[in-house]
Write a new protein. Structure first.
Length: 445
């Protein structure tokens, strides 16, 4: 069920006496943690946010170094389904955001030798890609443990013999899930929900939302939490930067990658079902490179370029900034398993790797970029990836487990606790709203 505008709680929730005077620590200043903190303060709680990074926003971060009208979104780059039902769109409106409406059909796709696809070929590829996903959905039972690639291989092998379909599976499906078709669940890769309308880019920066949410909050940067102790019946103890803090309740909004790496010690250990769910869910990466050029060598009006690279996921999707900016910038994406390879490259290696792909399409004589920006989410020590995905053998219940309080003291939020809207900013936002309600229920009980 999609949320209607009337159902959506405002960023600043109704005041309540339940949380008045309660001391609550939130770990992580991403959108879910900031949302939870904003709600808690409105309900009378005393809130401290501990953030391991030297900036707020987590996987929302905007870099303006390529130009005044050219935001490079290091993390979240689009509002997906920006209808008025979408809480991120509601928050963005309140934050004074400006939008550029994207058009996925405004795309030119090339083979790796530079041959442009005809409209007929593009349509045939999309039809076969959609057919492959439809057949998998129709034939698999909920308890099937195959990966998406294995299921397609078993059910519709002709699809995988078509290089164009492999491109679509990578540029669309792998990008959407933040992992490879070899690692994502065949059953649950597309069972999440979505809001209506084409995606939008926030032209004045996604971090406009973060600035709105973080206003008047007590955020302590460079505070890495190493231990959470809920063993005492009277308080929760938190160890951060070799200092002990105490509180009544704690919200852990760190990314799934940090939980999977066991970078925070829990005392006592988390119940087995939590550990199993953390292990079963996946946490992948998407790598971006933005390259700015003195002169434009591509079609200025085309919004997206697809490149059917021989290595699946290697810089196979490009966003043309000239469709919404005055800057000559191409934003390239590596997805699936290749994102993890790209994340290991230094800046020069990544630039050279991406330029090989561009020169295969537009010719050997195109110039090097004058400026570049890159991401390496799987290498960010306080995040360790881009977003969660259902791996083979996992189920929506694993997301549900991670949204469940532990002993009425420890609460989790983040996109990895919301299967319906996982891997999205609105999923993270909704989890921040939910966790405050969970704290209130725990107090009532």
């Amino acid at each position: 069920m999609a949320y209607s505008a009337s159902m959506m709680p405002p960023v600043l929730g109704r005041k309540s006496q339940l949380l008045k005077g309660k001391n609550i620590i939130v770990i992580g200043a991403g959108i879910s943690g900031l949302t939870a903190a904003s709600e808690l303060i409105q309900k009378g709680a005393n809130v401290t946010i501990l953030e391991a990074n030297n900036y707020i926003g987590g996987r929302i971060k905007t870099d303006w170094s390529l130009g005044k009208d050219a935001p490079f979104e290091v993390g979240a780059g689009w509002i997906h389904g920006p209808s008025q039902d979408n809480p991120t769109k509601q928050l963005a409106d309140k934050s004074g955001c400006k939008y550029f409406l994207t058009n996925d059909d405004n795309i030119s796709t090339f083979d790796s030798d530079g041959t442009i696809w005809s409209d007929e070929k593009f349509e045939a590829v999309e039809e076969k890609w959609e057919k492959a996903l439809y057949l998998v959905d129709e034939e698999l039972e909920l308890n099937d443990r195959r990966s998406l690639r294995k299921a397609i291989q078993d059910i519709y092998p002709a699809a995988l013999n078509d290089p164009g379909v492999l491109w679509a599976l990578s540029a669309y499906t792998e990008f959407d899930k933040g992992t490879s078709i070899e690692k994502v669940s065949a059953v649950f890769h597309d069972d999440d929900k979505a809001f209506d309308k084409p995606d939008v880019i926030i032209t004045n920066g996604y971090d406009s939302i973060i600035k709105k949410l973080s206003k008047n909050l007590d955020i302590r940067l460079n505070n890495k939490v190493s231990e959470i102790d809920i063993s005492n019946k009277d308080f929760v103890r938190v160890q951060s930067n070799d200092k002990d803090l105490k509180c009544d309740s704690i919200i852990c909004s760190v990314p799934l990658g940090i939980l999977k790496a066991k970078n925070i010690k829990f005392k006592p250990s988390l119940p087995k079902k939590y550990i199993k769910s953390i292990d079963k869910l996946g946490f992948g990466s998407v790598t971006k490179i933005a390259m700015k050029f003195n002169d434009i060598f591509w079609d200025k009006e085309t919004q997206y370029f697809g490149v059917n690279t021989e290595i699946k996921g290697r810089w196979n999707y490009w966003l043309n900034y000239r469709t919404f900016s005055r800057e000559n910038i191409l934003l390239g994406l590596s997805v699936g398993d290749y994102a993890l390879i790209a994340d290991q490259m230094n800046e020069k290696e990544m630039k050279n790797d991406a330029m090989i792909v561009l020169r295969d399409v537009w010719g050997k004589n195109i110039p090097d970029p004058t400026d570049i920006l890159t991401t390496r989410w799987s290498k960010e020590e306080n995040i360790l990836g881009a977003y969660s995905y259902p791996s083979p053998g996992s189920t929506p219940r694993d997301y549900k487990v991670l949204s469940t309080p532990v002993d009425g003291k420890l609460f989790f939020c983040g996109e990895h606790t919301n299967f319906d809207y996982s891997a999205t900013t609105h999923g993270a936002y909704l989890s921040g709203i939910r966790v405050v309600k969970d704290i209130e229920k725990a107090i009532l009980n």
